[in-house]
Design a protein. Structure first.
Length: 72
């Protein structure tokens, strides 16, 4: 029998930053934030948002970083 052990995820190492968190968000003005999971280990990333229009993009610099663009 073979057992494959995967490295555990560490959600406390996820970094979230960007203009949507650093200054007041204005109504009907586009803004964004970055979710960087690169140091959190393996796992699935799930975004839950209650905004009218949200666009997610994987960052070109690192596969485990995502940009979230939205109107508030």
């Amino acid at each position: 029998m073979q057992v494959y052990v995967q490295e555990a995820s560490n959600p406390s190492r996820v970094k979230v930053y960007g203009p949507a968190l650093e200054r007041p968000v204005k109504t009907n003005q586009p803004t964004y934030l970055i979710v960087d999971c690169s140091q959190a280990g393996p796992g699935t990333v799930i975004f839950i948002a209650s905004f009218v229009h949200v666009t997610f993009r994987r960052n070109h610099k690192h596969h485990a970083a995502y940009s979230m663009f939205f109107l508030h």
